[in-house]
Design a protein around this ligand. Structure first.
Ligand code: NAG
Ligand code: NAG
Ligand code: NAG
Ligand code: NAG
Ligand code: NAG
Ligand code: NAG
Length: 811
């Protein structure tokens, strides 16, 4: 659609709730983080508490204790809120917050996105237009930013330090944009919903199907975005004062992963979910994001969970997020999720005022609304700001609930230096955007994520010096930016198509060289937000073309697949004339170079699939709307993800990925028994397969046991081939075989290591017994089962080593 926000998050909502033509959406209000839209220029300033800024508005800053940097944040935030009228308070509950200029508080736009680089989505981040350069207020123009490979790519690297480095690079660019008046401080990324169903349109935005891997991605990305380099600076140990480089946000909470599947839309979808699946799968990454990542925001989702809209569910928000996990930050709604409760998925017959009140009461702090739509120079306000006062007047909304929301919001802004500045970042500017270091990180990240799925007789890598030319075919040979960059993106610093990347190594012939490289796959017409897939196949004519090209080629061809989700390429897996298959995801601005580096052997691929590639047959066995992870024999539904599906319809399993070299694992110094001393009252029951009888104390509840016990072992990763390379070591645990309903196996740890040809590297693993061997029982208790669990260390080529671990409990 030809819209200013072509990659906008909420196109579907936009389309259904459109109030004004989008051509009017470009106007910008002056605010602290964007002052270059109007004709009257406000002076640039970097902090709210600037005495000259107050003086210019006829105010004396010394009267406002909220600007007294010597006071604790808590006192300052209470002071600020104390100055505000209830009308002013309500006008700050939406993403385009009005501020309270009367008492010195400027407007603030909360909505920025940074899924895999700064994104133009939302009203805040503004890149300059290369076609119409305008220099504002003497500030440099910024036309583009570093676009990293999509998240599903980065996930395939299984490299935690890469994930953190990407977060660090993005937050540096974000700070630079903020300093230039072109961006905000609060970013609604990452997207950490587990890919439960292979049809989900947003797989490309996520780290895949394993809740633990997704959670580790969240922790690293969030820490990269948020953590201040020198944590000592100004930090007194109170998590609510911990400085933030930028604020990250884990979304979409919870059980959200149906976008639009044959008319089942996310706005109306009621996810029927068991508590076991909530704990084990849907909430786990969020728990890790909040507890281990200390994320400063969480976004609640559109859908309902067991009948209740996620953004009005007090148990999910105030209960689990804030009380149980101790969120230090704010909770924001997905955009228009509150409006949807009354306009679309009529909930309890609530009026707009009642839905607003219910959301706030449940723990929501901020409503993302339709602020990207601007009418007569003003944004169309979000729902809470629009109906909040009515709710107050009708006695349905407590002012103290509003105050609590504002405390969470302004505390976050204080931690970001919005009030006091943050000198360490104030010198960042356009030179820090698209820097050489960031561009090479984007290239390196794209290379690390390439997954080699097939390599018959070592067809790859190609030796460019021995080729007169190659033929490059297929719809993605000249893939446009919007295919390579995927969703939630801004303009890239540089853009390299696959053909351009390859042409640096060899001449490309139209007629066909010795070798043909076919660039296939799908694109965002098939998988994206608001659009789930109907099947897992390539377009029919593309399959036909690949088969024709393969048949006509004198030697086997190379097939490169661009996609977020898995593709059923069964026809290619077994085809003797399709010699190699390389999955390139959507590899970002530097993607063309990354693909060429792998094809010509400058980089040895080490990525592994972060989700199962199913055969298309699989999706005919269960509807997308069935949320259960385990098989449902009563309906004939198979299980979901590698944890619960072991049927025949897997093309390439989770964790699959080959290399140009051969890795072999040797287990060293393994511990094979561990005893926990839990005490009788921590015993829980377990479900056993028929015929099995459990011991007296079958399992221990991990929530009530301190659990310092560990199991350690070393894996020697031997590079037994002729090429240097990187290998991601994936460690799984499998629960005792006699248990019923337990996962087949689950990832407990992973580490990517580089190993020179002929050498070996030792990787030390220390597994916490509760975290690594814990399973979620039918009762939704997380327990450690007694008996023999198994540790399995799997190589990407499906070979594995394993050893048993006997877990017992002492009295
Ligand atoms: C992991 O990523 C980092 C980039 O942040 C890179 O320097 C390192 O080499 C990668 N590790 C491996 C084993 O590939
Ligand atoms: C949502 O509600 C709006 C306003 O009532 C309506 O125009 C729109 O058609 C609805 N959309 C859906 C998908 O039901
Ligand atoms: C990115 O911006 C720079 C100027 O900063 C410009 O030279 C370059 O052409 C832009 N890149 C793209 C792909 O538009
Ligand atoms: C491309 O072909 C030209 C001759 O047509 C040759 O001079 C050149 O070396 C070739 N380039 C590569 C990269 O093979
Ligand atoms: C397949 O058909 C579509 C729609 O007609 C067309 O746009 C596309 O180019 C075709 N693809 C191939 C590989 O022929
Ligand atoms: C693993 O190896 C390290 C050093 O290579 C060694 O210090 C350690 O004791 C080993 N761990 C175990 C459990 O043997």
């Amino acid at each position: 659609m030809p819209m200013p926000m072509a990659s906008s998050t909420h196109l579907a909502v936009l389309a259904i709730l459109l109030l004004v033509p989008l051509s009017t959406a470009r106007a910008v209000l002056p605010s602290s983080n964007d002052d270059d839209g109007g004709s009257a220029k406000t002076a640039a300033y970097t902090k709210v508490c600037d005495a000259s800024r107050f003086a210019a508005a006829g105010l004396d800053m010394s009267r406002y204790r909220y600007c007294d940097a010597k006071l604790p944040y808590g006192d300052r935030v209470r002071d600020l809120i104390g100055w505000m009228t209830v009308e002013e308070k309500v006008s700050n509950l939406g993403d385009w917050a009005a501020g309270a200029p009367r008492v010195g508080l400027p407007p603030y736009k909360w909505w920025s996105e940074a899924l895999h680089g700064l994104s133009s989505t939302g009203p805040t981040t503004k890149f300059d237009d290369l076609k119409k350069p305008r220099l504002h207020s003497g500030r440099a123009a910024v036309f583009n930013g570093t676009v990293f490979a999509n998240v599903i790519n980065s996930a395939a690297s299984f490299n935690e330090s890469l994930w953190r480095s990407i977060g660090q690079a993005i937050s540096t660019e974000a700070r630079a944009m903020y300093n230039l008046g072109k961006g905000g401080l609060t970013y609604w990324s990452p997207n950490i919903n587990v890919v439960r169903d292979p049809r989900w349109g947003r797989a490309l935005e996520t780290p895949g199907e394993d809740p633990f891997v997704v959670g580790r991605y969240a922790v690293n990305f969030v820490r990269g975005m948020q953590d201040v380099d020198d944590a000592a600076a100004g930090f007194n140990g109170d998590p609510l004062s911990r400085p933030l480089k930028t604020s990250a946000c884990c979304k979409h909470y919870a059980a959200y992963d149906v976008d639009d599947w044959y008319g089942h839309t996310r706005f109306k979808f009621d996810a029927r979910v068991t508590e076991r699946d909530m704990v084990e799968t849907f909430q786990r990454p969020f728990e890790m994001c909040v507890r281990d990542g200390d994320a400063s925001a969480v976004m609640c989702s559109y859908n309902r969970v067991n009948g209740i809209p996620a953004c009005a569910d007090a148990r999910l928000l105030a209960g689990t997020l804030r009380r149980d996990w101790g969120l230090h930050g704010y909770i924001v709604s997905d955009c228009d999720a509150v409006r949807v409760m009354t306009d679309n998925a009529t909930w309890l017959g609530y009026t707009p005022a009642e839905a607003s009140a219910a959301s706030l009461k449940a723990g929501l702090d901020l409503d993302c609304g339709e602020s990207w739509i601007v009418q007569k120079g003003k944004p169309v306000m979000d729902f809470l700001s629009t109906y909040g006062m009515a709710a107050v007047r009708q006695g349905k909304m407590r002012e103290s609930d509003i105050d609590n929301a504002l405390v969470n919001l302004y505390t976050t802004l204080m931690r970001l230096g919005y009030f006091d500045g943050m000198p360490r970042y104030e010198s960042l500017d356009e030179k820090d955007i698209c820097s050489e270091a960031h561009r090479s990180l984007a290239l390196d990240g794209a290379r690390q994520s390439m997954v080699l799925l097939k390599n018959l007789d070592g067809l790859l890598p190609l030796d460019a010096s021995k080729l007169a030319s190659v033929a490059v075919r297929g719809p993605h040979a000249e893939a446009p930016e919007k295919v390579m960059d995927g969703d939630y993106t801004g303009p890239p610093c540089r853009y390299i198509t696959p053909r351009e990347g390859i042409s640096k190594d060899v001449n490309i012939s139209q007629q066909g060289g010795d070798v043909t490289i076919y660039m296939g796959g799908i694109n965002m017409h098939i998988e994206r937000e608001g659009n789930d897939r109907e099947d897992l196949l390539l377009p029919k004519n593309q399959t036909e073309e690949i088969l024709r090209v393969a048949a006509a080629s004198p030697s086997p061809i190379v097939l490169v697949i661009l996609s977020g989700g898995g593709i059923d390429v069964s026809f290619a897996q077994s085809h003797p004339k399709i010699g190699a298959i390389l999955w390139a995801g959507y590899p970002g601005g530097e993607g063309g170079h990354a693909i060429a580096d792998v094809i010509f052997g400058r980089y040895n691929p080490g990525g592994r699939l972060p989700l199962t590639w199913f055969k298309n047959k699989y999706i005919h066995q269960l509807p997308m709307t069935s949320m259960a992870l385990r098989p449902r024999p009563e309906h004939g539904y198979p299980g979901r993800t590698y944890k619960f599906y072991d049927g025949p319809d897997v093309l390439y399993p989770f964790g699959y990925g080959l290399s140009y070299t051969k890795f072999r694992y040797e287990l060293l110094n393994k511990e094979t028994a561990v005893t926990l001393a839990p005490g009788r009252r921590h015993c829980r029951q377990l479900s056993y397969k028929t015929g099995s009888v459990g011991p007296d104390c079958p399992a221990v509840d991990v929530a009530s046991h301190a659990c310092a016990e560990t199991v350690s072992f070393n894996v020697s990763v031997v590079n037994a081939g002729k090429a240097d390379g990187a290998n991601a070591v994936l460690v799984y645990t499998a629960p005792p075989a006699e248990l019923a309903g337990a996962p087949i196996k689950q990832v407990a740890a992973f580490r990517r290591v580089a190993v020179k040809a002929g050498a070996a590297e030792t990787v030390v693993f220390t597994l916490n017994v509760c975290k690594a061997f814990g399973i979620v029982e039918k009762t939704a208790y997380t327990v450690v089962p007694s008996g023999v669990s198994t540790v399995i260390v799997e190589n990407g080529d499906s070979s594995a080593v394993s050893f048993p671990v006997q877990i017992s409990f002492s009295a």
